[in-house]
Unconditional design. Sequence first.
Length: 171
Amino acid sequence: MKNILITFGVLVVLVGAYFLFGIKGEDATLTENTAETSEEEMMAEDATEEEMMDGDMIEDTTPADETTEEPTAPDTEEPTAVKVFELEGNNFRFSKNEIRVNKGDTVRIVLTSADMPHNWVVDELGVRTDIVSPGEQDTIEFVAEKAGTFEYYCSVGNHRALGMIGTLIVE
């Protein structure tokens, strides 16, 4: 929650700065010694891309089930679509019991645990998240190369037997 609030605060400041300095024209610049620059902004500016990808500085704020555009490869003109699904494990259930994608889609699963250790597994596709403790999350990305209907489940203890399952449909 703290990371979300920090990220939101930094975004508000950056958007405000964009509008403030964008409206004045191209000759308006920020100096490095501006007194209003917050510690979070300086940390965000100094963060490496790897730190941001690890989630140390900026969390992914993509809404669940939203397709995002990834950078294009140098030899292609179409961006690669990534289908993002945010799942929460809670009370021996996943927050979504069905996921639909197309064959060839890049799929990103973001699993968060609300109550106890959980993971997300699809045996037929050879994909699984790490086991996450309450309040933690893990992300896995894969290409749905095989069409069909596949069961996904939590492999921790007897969670699967207790109903912690769902269906991944690749059309």
